[in-house]
Every structure is written in structure tokens, then in C-alpha cells.
Design a protein around this ligand. Structure first.
Ligand SMILES: Nc1ncnc2c1ncn2[C@@H]1O[C@H](COP(=O)(O)OP(=O)(O)OP(=O)(O)O)[C@@H](O)[C@H]1O
Length: 660
């Protein structure tokens, strides 16, 4: 397999600031309490006319000198239609998601202000979630046509009193899931959370509705209102054309109600849960305020921030929102507020929260990798495992369905047996009726009732006949039921056959997936082996290169010295014959090269990589009789000697050198 080199198209992620987009939506006045006055100035600022104060001082953040004004990216007044609000919230988020950016849309506000209505909608008006799923599917179809392979995985869970519950778990369970934090990135992962691989918007929508159905099926409205729902849709887009893989996550969060839950409130929540709910929300407020303070201190040297780090680790809620608030995500926060005067304090608190949020800058990165990079391989393996789990769950579901149908069939079978005996009884009764009818005819003919042995009438035939007719009627009813059940049975066995074949197909698919997974694992192993070999090679060659350049330098210096005439006086050439008897035999044996002039005389053996044709290398000697000046300008020849240990026969070497 080819080792991925960073392709020209891929330039690596570049972090960039992304300010929070904060939108305000006002819930229409319910009419029971007095209406809270507010004025919108059309530029995203809202002024409250009636202002709560603590000790004569306003207790919230204000912009500029105008203490009445709260500024947002956009405000949706009470008369703005649901579909306009939702389309606006979605904006260009789908395109950005497809570009490889993480996206978060979250709803924050007091209980009953319309968080769920905005995020999920109702039977008549779609909310952000179904709309964005549809928009995503439309865009993906276009990407698919362009040759991009897309894998979509979905998780849907809720956080209630700091406990995580899987809303897609199969079989359905109420047990809470454990979480763990990555010590490096601090990102939180949920153990045993079901990841579903979906292939279409319809399927996506089906799972979202199933999860939302489970959330709503809780018989406690309060628990429902105090839990945060998280939908996470992960997209993996493989473009073979561009040789990149983009991975991004769309996170849709319906946060728990922001108002404090009173400990005296009559709700079916334990005191521990109540504590956890309130502290979770407090931690969220603390996180947002700290990040906003840090931002203000960064901008304004005179301002000080109480904290130097973002307290994401203080609770599960803040950990789960790590990317959404102050992390790698383009985030849109929708603040939902009531316009009832009774809710004034909570409304101002929510406005204040929104204004603080708006100060925070997230830092986003386009999540893309080279097609064959290790990160992408890891991701592919992870997705394979998710797919496998997903199929195993589906198989389990189908097997359970088959079992249910088999039980129904069994029940039907016993009903059939019972009905058979009824049919037999019916036949007997019919015979009896015929018999009685005949005897009645005979009596009418004889004009009297036949007396019995004891003198009483043997039959009150009309009464018996009536009874029998009644029984016949019942039998007919039973037969009708039997027919109906037989019909049901045949449709059930048809279903059973269909589900059985589906389960088989899924099992076959699963086997294929496992094979693919193994192949991926092998591929990954060979890539990492090749990588480590390459790394070793690179290390070896850089050592060799360093040694060679050192040698070259040394040689050049010697040559230079020689050319300048500063060569040591006691240097002479040695012949190969002499080399045979050299005292420094061990050195020579190590050498790989012989040097000589064009007459075939060998001067020296050196281990070198390059040789200058106009230089010579000599050995030092006590004998000064040989002329050194004649060495200048000589043509050098180099031959390779056999490895040390094999060059015992130097005469052969000399011969070989002469030939060269
Ligand atoms: N802008 C709006 N227009 C019309 N009806 C609304 C609006 N906002 C909320 N509602 C209605 O108010 C009721 C409460 O809304 P919803 O359940 O969405 O509030 P919530 O903030 O999710 O409450 P909780 O936190 O208690 O779950 C619903 O019946 C919803 O239809």
C-alpha cells in the first residue's frame, strides 16, 4: 500500500476565531400575567422598560452606557413565524458542516419559553432539528453525485442531574452511562453509547423521532424539563478526487431549563437530583461568565479576570459543551425568553447570559486529513466498529421480533386446535338438530307427543331446538373468528419469513464488514510497519550523510594542504607491495578503497565516498626519499576492495588495481 504523502490539495488545519452567534427569541405573551415591556430597536438590541435592581445597582452586564440595552445578533419578536425563525437559525450551518467545521446549535432559557418548540417543533410546525436533517440530506445528495463517500453516524442522549441516558439504546434501558475524560484533550467520551449509522434523511429523522419519543415518554414533565438533550450527527466525507477526508460534527442541544429549581417545589425529584440539577446550571453560568471575563480582560488592559482558565471540568454538562462554548465549534445559541411580567427576573437573567455568551470567541479548525493518513485509518476503523455494533443491534432487534412472531404463531396454533374441536361439536349438534327436526315432524304427523316410560313428554322439542340454534350461532361466530385468525396467521408467517430473510442478509453484511475491518487493520499495521522502516532508513541515511560530509571535508582539507605545498614533509607514496607488510595492517584491512596513479602504483587505502580526480592521498612514512611535488595534478583511480577479512591476499588487490 502506498504511504500517504501530504498531497498538494491538503494544507492542514488553520485555527481561526469564530465569535458566538447569539439570537434572542421572545415567546408570545400568554395573556394571564401582565406583559413585560420591551423595545426592539431593529439592530439586534433590546431595551427592557422595567428593570430589576439589587441594592439599587443593576446586576447584569450592560453594553456601553446604556444599562437598559442587551445586544444580540438578531431578535425574533413574538410575531415572527416558526419556519422563518428556524430557517434563520440554520443559516449557512449545513454548508459549513460540509466544509469540515463542527457546528453547534443550542437552545437556552427558562422552563416553558419554547426551547423544545424551537428545536424540535410540533406536529404542525417543524423545528430546527427536522429542518436541518432535511437540509443536510439535500446537500449530501449533491456531494454524493460529486463522487464523495459520506458516512453519517448519530447519537442521541440526555443529561439529567449529571447522569447520561442513551435515548437510542436497544433494548431500552434507564441505566445511566459512565463517562471518561481524555487527559490530553479533556474531551469527554460516553461508554456504551449507541452510535447508529444512518443512510438517509428519512432514517435520520426516524431515529431522532424515536429518541425524542423516549424523552417525552417520561411520565415526569419536570424531569423532562430539567434534562438536556444532545443530538450528535457526525459526518465523514471521503473525496478521492481531492484525496482528503473531512470529519465534522453537528451538535443540537436542547438545554435543561435555566431557572433554579426550588427545593420546596412539589416535584418527583430526589434532593440529590435537585442539587445536581441546580449545580449543573450554575456551573454553566460560571463557565460562560469566566470565558466572557477573560475575553474582556484580553481586550481591555484595565479590566481584570478572576480566572485564567475556562472551568470546563466543573461538571458533565460543561464538559459536554467544551467544544460548543470556547472550543472548536461554530456555535449558534438561541436564548428563549418569556414576555410575562411574572418571569421578569428570569428573562433578565437569560438576557444577561446571552450577552455574556456573545462576548466569547470560539477557535475553529477545518477538520480535514490526507486520505491515507493514520488519523483517517483510525477513523475508518472506528466507523467500521460502529457499523458492526449497529448491525449487531439491528440483528438483535430482528431476532426479538421473530421470537415475538413465533410466540404469536404458537398461540394461534392452539387457537386453531380449539376451533377444530368446536367445528366437530358443531357437526354433532347439527346432527342432533336434524334428529329432533325429524322427530318433531313425526309428532306433528301423529298429532301427539310420544310419552316416555314415566309418562312425561320425552322432548320439549321446540325448546331444545332453540337451544341448539343458539349453540349453532355461537359455533358460527367461533368459525368466523377462526377464519380471521387464520388470515392473521398467514400474514404473520409472511412477516416472519420477511424478517428472517432480512436478519440473514444483515448477518451476511456483518460478516463482510468484519472482513473489511480485518483488512483495514492489516493495512494499518503494514502502513505503520512501513512508516517505522522508513523512519529507520531516514535515520541511517542521515548518519551516513553526516559521516560522508565529514570525510569529504577531511579529504578536501588534505588535498588543499597538499596543493598549497603545506603537505607534511615526511609523506611518501606506498606501493601495494609495501601495504602488504604495513605495520598498521589492521587499519588497512578496514579500508575499502585503494588509491594509485595511472601507472598502476597504489598509494593508499582509504574509506571514502567521493574522490577528486586531481588529488592524491598518501600515508606518512619515515622514508623521505620519494618526491611529493610530483603528486600534484595526478589522475587518481579508486577501486573497491573486498570487505575486511577477505583482503588477505593483497597481491590480488594490487593486480586488480592495476587492471583498473
Ligand atoms: N414562540 C412560540 N410560539 C407559539 N407557541 C410557543 C412558542 N414558544 C413556546 N410555545 C409553546 O409553549 C409551550 C412550552 O414550550 P416548550 O415545551 O417548547 O418550552 P421549553 O422551554 O422546552 O420548556 P421545558 O424546559 O419545560 O421543556 C409549548 O406548548 C409550545 O408550543
Amino acid at each position: 500500500m502506498a504511504i500517504q504523502s501530504v498531497s498538494g490539495a491538503y494544507t492542514g488545519p488553520i485555527a481561526q476565531p469564530s465569535p458566538m452567534r447569539v439570537l434572542l427569541r421572545l415567546k408570545p405573551y400568554s395573556g394571564e400575567a401582565a406583559k413585560l415591556s420591551y423595545v426592539e430597536d431593529g439592530s439586534g438590541a433590546i431595551s427592557m422598560q422595567d428593570f430589576p435592581q439589587v441594592g439599587g445597582k443593576t446586576t447584569f452586564f450592560t453594553e456601553g452606557n446604556d444599562t437598559n440595552k442587551f445586544k444580540f445578533n438578531k431578535i425574533y419578536g413574538v410575531d415572527v413565524m416558526q419556519h422563518d425563525v428556524c430557517d434563520d437559525i440554520i443559516g449557512d450551518n449545513v454548508e459549513e458542516l460540509l466544509n469540515g467545521f463542527n457546528i453547534t446549535i443550542m437552545a437556552f432559557g427558562q422552563a416553558g419559553t419554547g426551547k423544545t418548540y424551537t428545536m424540535f417543533g410540533n406536529d404542525h410546525e417543524k423545528g430546527v432539528v427536522p429542518k436541518i436533517c432535511q437540509a443536510l440530506s439535500d446537500q449530501l445528495e449533491a456531494a454524493h453525485k460529486d463522487g464523495t463517500e459520506v458516512t453519517i453516524t448519530l447519537t442521541f442522549f440526555e443529561l439529567f442531574a449529571e447522569s447520561v441516558h442513551d435515548l437510542l439504546a436497544y433494548p431500552k434501558t434507564v441505566k445511566s452511562l459512565k463517562t471518561s475524560s481524555d487527559p490530553k484533550t479533556q474531551s469527554i467520551s460516553i461508554k456504551g453509547l449507541r452510535n447508529v449509522v444512518v443512510t438517509s434523511a428519512k432514517e435520520l429523522q426516524k431515529y431522532v423521532e424515536a429518541g425524542q419519543g423516549r424523552r417525552n415518554s417520561s411520565d415526569s414533565q419536570c424531569k423532562n424539563s430539567r434534562s438536556s438533550a444532545f443530538i450528535r450527527i457526525t459526518l465523514e466525507q471521503r473525496s478521492r478526487k481531492q484525496e482528503i477526508v473531512k470529519t465534522s460534527m453537528l451538535q443540537l442541544v436542547d438545554l435543561a431549563s435555566s431557572d433554579k429549581l426550588d427545593k420546596n417545589a412539589k416535584v418527583d425529584i430526589s434532593s440529590d437530583e435537585l442539587k445536581a440539577i441546580n449545580s449543573s446550571m450554575q456551573n454553566l453560568h460560571h463557565l460562560v461568565h469566566s470565558l466572557a471575563d477573560m475575553k474582556v480582560a484580553e481586550r481591555d488592559a484595565s479590566a481584570t479576570s478572576k480566572t485564567s482558565h475556562a472551568p470546563h471540568r466543573s461538571s458533565r454538562l460543561t464538559k459536554l459543551l467544551q467544544d460548543a462554548i470556547g472550543g472548536n465549534s461554530k456555535t449558534t445559541a438561541v436564548i428563549l425568553c418569556s414576555t410575562d411580567k411574572d418571569d421578569k427576573e428570569e428573562t433578565v437573567s437569560s438576557l444577561n447570559f446571552g450577552v455574556k455568551l456573545k462576548l466569547i470567541d470560539n477557535v475553529i479548525e477545518q477538520n480535514k486529513e490526507g486520505l491515507n493518513s493514520k488519523a483517517v485509518m483510525d477513523l475508518a476503523m472506528k466507523n467500521m466498529r460502529i457499523r458492526e455494533d449497529s448491525y449487531l443491534t439491528r440483528i438483535k432487534y430482528l431476532e426479538d421480533e421473530v421470537k415475538k412472531l413465533e410466540n404469536l404463531l404458537e398461540q394461534n396454533r392452539s387457537d386453531v386446535l380449539m376451533n377444530r374441536s368446536l367445528v366437530e361439536e358443531n357437526a354433532k349438534l347439527k346432527d342432533e338438530v336434524n334428529l329432533i327436526r325429524k322427530s318433531k315432524e313425526n309428532s306433528a304427523y301423529q298429532g301427539q307427543v310420544q310419552p316416555g316410560k314415566d309418562g312425561e313428554a320425552q322432548y320439549d322439542s321446540s325448546e331444545i331446538l332453540e337451544n341448539l340454534m343458539e349453540k349453532c350461532e355461537k359455533v358460527i361466530q367461533l368459525q368466523l373468528r377462526l377464519d380471521e385468525e387464520l388470515h392473521q396467521k398467514s400474514s404473520l408467517s409472511q412477516q416472519l419469513r420477511y424478517k428472517g430473510s432480512k436478519a440473514q442478509a444483515l448477518e451476511a453484511m456483518n460478516v463482510k464488514l468484519l472482513e473489511q475491518l480485518n483488512a483495514y487493520e492489516k493495512e494499518l499495521k503494514s502502513v505503520s510497519n512501513a512508516n517505522s522502516l522508513l523512519r529507520q532508513d531516514v535515520e541511517k541515511w542521515s548518519n551516513v550523510a553526516a559521516a560522508r560530509s565529514e570525510k569529504i571535508e577531511e579529504l578536501e582539507k588534505e588535498v588543499q594542504e597538499h596543493q598549497l605545498g603545506t603537505f607534511p614533509q615526511k609523506t611518501r607514496l606506498v606501493s601495494a607491495g609495501e601495504l602488504n607488510h604495513s605495520k598498521d595492517d589492521s587499519k588497512l584491512k578496514k579500508s575499502n578503497w585503494l588509491f594509485g596513479n595511472s601507472n598502476g602504483n597504489i598509494w593508499s587505502t582509504r574509506k571514502v565516498s567521493t574522490v577528486s580526480t586531481s588529488s592524491a592521498i598518501t600515508t606518512n612514512s619515515q622514508d623521505s626519499s620519494s618526491s611529493r611535488t610530483s603528486l600534484r595534478g595526478l589522475n587518481l583511480h579508486a577501486i573497491r576492495l573486498p570487505p575486511s577479512g577477505e583482503n588477505e591476499n593483497h597481491a590480488d588487490n594490487e593486480k586488480e588495481a592495476k587492471e583498473v
